[in-house]
Ligand binder design. Structure first.
Ligand code: ADP
Ligand code: MG
Length: 222
């Protein structure tokens, strides 16, 4: 369970202040599938980064299972980002000189990778349909294949929270639908809570929660 209480985020660009998030209060249920939608510049990415503790709110509070993210110590924040949150980016964020398996294991390379974890990475790549691409580098893979690697990377640690920022923005609609299907399957297997920023309403299902943003605030759902 995630609770946002009057959360704001002000970015500073030179002398200018940009009020990207302007007082958002809402809660996100455990194991739910949520979309954040809204016009470009409405604060969707800023809100997603706050949820993943990739950024700090300027004011307000974010509670994860009753604990305030803003009161975490720096090592606690690192541990939260590393073990509890899986992040999927629009541009995949894969490393060009690593193959598919190594890219899935990237978050774990600093601590060293056990052979069991490597086996799990291979298994996940098989589950996303890339069993025949294990040792390919990103440049030799399609956009859809690259995004499936980044889904495997985000889900390897079985995070309680999966955050995705326009994950299908670079993909055609058929590939996008496949990516969403995988994201739903793998996340529900782990009982993960998923929050996805998207422009494309074709991926919505009736049971999904839609969070609409406008000018940094929640827009009323019609
Ligand atoms: P969205 O994802 O809905 O397009 P963003 O959260 O990326 O919106 O941006 C909201 C506003 O904050 C925009 O005006 C954007 O230019 C600004 N902004 C976002 N990130 C930064 C940053 N790191 N520094 C300065 N301004 C930013
Ligand atoms: Mg954005």
């Amino acid at each position: 369970m995630i609770e946002l209480r009057n959360v704001t985020k002000t970015h500073h660009r030179g002398e200018t202040e940009v009020h990207a998030v302007r007082g958002v209060t809402c809660s996100i249920e455990p194991s739910s599938f949520n979309f954040i939608v809204g016009p470009s510049g409405s604060g969707k990415s800023s809100l997603l980064y706050l949820l993943g503790a990739l950024d700090n709110p300027s004011s307000g509070e974010i509670l994860v299972n009753g604990r305030s993210l803003t009161k975490f110590t720096e090592p606690e924040r690192d541990a939260f980002r590393r073990s509890d949150v899986g992040f999927i980016f629009q541009n995949f964020n894969l490393l060009a000189n690593l193959d598919a398996v190594e890219n899935v294991l990237v978050p774990f390379l600093p601590q060293g990778v056990s052979s069991q974890l490597r086996d799990e990475a291979v298994e996940l790549l098989k589950q996303v349909g890339l069993g025949h691409r294990l040792h390919h580098r990103p440049a030799h893979l399609s956009g859809g294949e690259q995004q499936r690697i980044s889904i495997a990377r985000a889900l390897l640690k079985k995070p309680q929270l999966v955050l995705a920022d326009e994950p299908t923005g670079e993909l055609d609609s058929k590939t996008g639908a496949e990516v969403f299907q995988l994201l739903r399957e793998l996340s529900s297997r782990n009982n993960a809570t998923v929050v996805v920023v998207t422009h494309d309403q074709t991926y919505f299902r009736p049971s999904d929660r839609i969070i609409r943003m406008r000018d940094g605030q929640l827009a009323p759902t019609e």
